[in-house]
Ligand binder design. Structure first.
Ligand SMILES: [Zn+2]
Ligand SMILES: [Zn+2]
Length: 483
């Protein structure tokens, strides 16, 4: 078996794929990944390889402004015909409206899709390219999330956050000159989305023990090494941004013109180090996306921390508010998840008293009360979908609860060991987050104490995935847990 952590990015996307000890043959449909300064120059070669003669570009005003100046000369040089659609919305949601307006604007003489953007545009692009059955190229504009190389799109359907499994893009181009222009909060979001992996890998292993869910250690190792690589090189990213912000002040610009050669050499060196660090961050995020594709589930990259974010995002939509960047919400969710485990680690879950409490909880479980709770948190319209999905899978079934509880009792010691080996200490995580100036609590990103508590309770109902809040529910602790 090939050890995935030892492979280069080019090897990881090899079309032959890999037979793995987990029993799966890991393979992704991505054919080209070009990261680096001037990477955009590979565009014409990639289009030729994918036999795209007339691409359809999708962007929004911001991504168009950031990237078109680099793309246009390449198109001009090869004299390629194209059509384009630029979303005019200040804030775009990945929902039916966005896909619908794209569909109405689509030029059917085009034979390929090129997305210029990051999170939301990528997700919309995946769904759309899949629907029109055309190859898809992504020109990345920010190292802000890990979904570039994944085959799942995080969409909003009927007001509910869902993961749709679509085709992944055939090619990804990340020109560091474009990425370098991204605002600092996008970079922070990228780091936040990576910190989530502590929790996602930990929960994946726990679910494997309790529910028997598929797990691949090879993929988990790949994610751990990507996270480590990013954390090792990320410090310079924010430092550079801060220096740049200072430089952009008027006074500094005047001094700028009088810089000596030595000073200019240092600036140049700083920039090339910055390009390298941003390349590392992008590569780490991309590998995480590939890992999701290899596993064919989002599990390696998303757990309870993402569900905090999903529930908050739904709350924002209901309130007509614009949610914070995905990665920033996820960062807060990661810290809350680690805080939960800090308390759970000293909870005697396998003791007779704890098992008795869990059994009493399920015996007195009230389906009607539960449905009312779902309606309160998700709103009436979305709740219909949530309740139907939960009933179909038997999420509240007494028999299934008993099976899981027996496993929790038997494996609690192993679970504790997994948590200790996978999760950072609460204070260590705060230190990392402070270093990157990430938000540390829901209030900083616009959510109240009540929203925090509701997001924890609601997180179990996002979809059929066993996360820490599912474990709290099994133990009869979820509805009384204070975070
Ligand atoms: Zn595997
Ligand atoms: Zn994410």
């Amino acid at each position: 078996m090939r050890n995935l952590t030892e492979l280069s990015l080019t090897e990881l996307i090899s079309p032959q794929g890999f037979d793995c000890d987990c029993g799966k043959h890991h393979v992704m449909a991505i054919r080209h990944v070009k990261i680096g300064e001037h990477a955009i120059e590979f565009l014409s070669e990639i289009l030729q390889d994918l036999t795209i003669k007339k691409p359809f570009f999708i962007s929004d005003q911001n991504t168009y402004r950031a990237a078109w100046q680099y793309i246009e000369p390449v198109l001009h040089e090869v004299q390629i015909e194209y059509s384009e659609f630029v979303y005019q919305e200040e804030h775009l949601e990945p929902n039916e409206y966005a896909v619908g307006s794209l569909t109405m604007a689509f030029d059917r003489s085009c034979d390929g899709i090129i997305v210029i953007g990051s999170g939301v545009l990528n997700d919309i692009g995946k769904v759309f390219a899949n629907a029109v059955k055309l190859p898809q190229v992504v020109i990345a504009t920010a190292a802000s999330m890990d979904g570039y190389g994944s085959n799942n799109a995080s969409m909003i359907q009927n007001g509910l956050k869902v993961s749709l499994y679509n085709a992944c893009p055939q090619a990804i181009i990340a020109d560091t000159r474009i990425l370098a222009e991204e605002p600092v909060h996008m970079l922070q979001a990228g780091l936040g989305d990576m910190l989530a992996k502590y929790v996602s890998i930990c929960e994946w292993r726990i679910s494997n023990l309790i529910t028997g869910e598929y797990y691949c250690e090879n993929i988990a190792s790949l994610i751990r090494s990507a996270l480590k690589k990013i954390l090792d090189s990320a410090g310079g990213l924010l430092q550079h941004k801060e220096n740049e912000q200072k430089k952009n002040s008027k006074e500094e610009q005047i001094i700028d013109r009088e810089k000596t050669d030595e000073q200019n050499r240092i600036i140049k060196k700083d920039r090339s180090q910055y390009y390298q660090a941003i390349e590392n961050l992008f590569e780490g995020l991309l590998i995480t996306g590939l890992a999701m594709g290899f596993a064919e589930i989002s599990r390696p990259a998303s757990g309870l921390e993402h569900y905090f974010s999903h529930v908050w995002e739904m709350m924002s939509l209901q309130r007509g508010k614009i949610p914070q960047l995905h990665g920033l919400q996820v960062a807060v969710g990661t810290l809350l998840s680690v805080a939960i485990w800090q308390k759970l680690l000293v909870y005697p879950a396998s003791s007779a008293a704890a098992i008795n409490k869990a059994e009493q909880f399920i015996d007195s479980f009230d389906q009607i009360q539960w449905e009312n709770m779902v309606r309160r948190i998700y709103g009436n319209k979305t709740a219909v979908q949530v309740i139907a999905a939960a009933n179909a899978e038997g999420r509240n079934s007494k028999e299934k609860h008993a099976e899981r509880l027996a496993m929790i009792k038997e494996k609690w010691h192993e679970i504790i060991n997994i948590v200790k080996s996978e999760l950072p200490g609460y204070q260590d995580l705060i230190n990392i987050m402070r270093k990157y100036d990430l938000p540390l609590n829901p209030q900083e990103i616009g959510y109240s104490e009540q929203d925090k508590q509701d997001a924890l309770i609601g997180s179990r109902e996002v979809r059929n995935k066993y996360v820490t809040s599912s474990l709290l529910w099994d133990l009869g602790l979820l509805y009384e847990w204070e975070i």
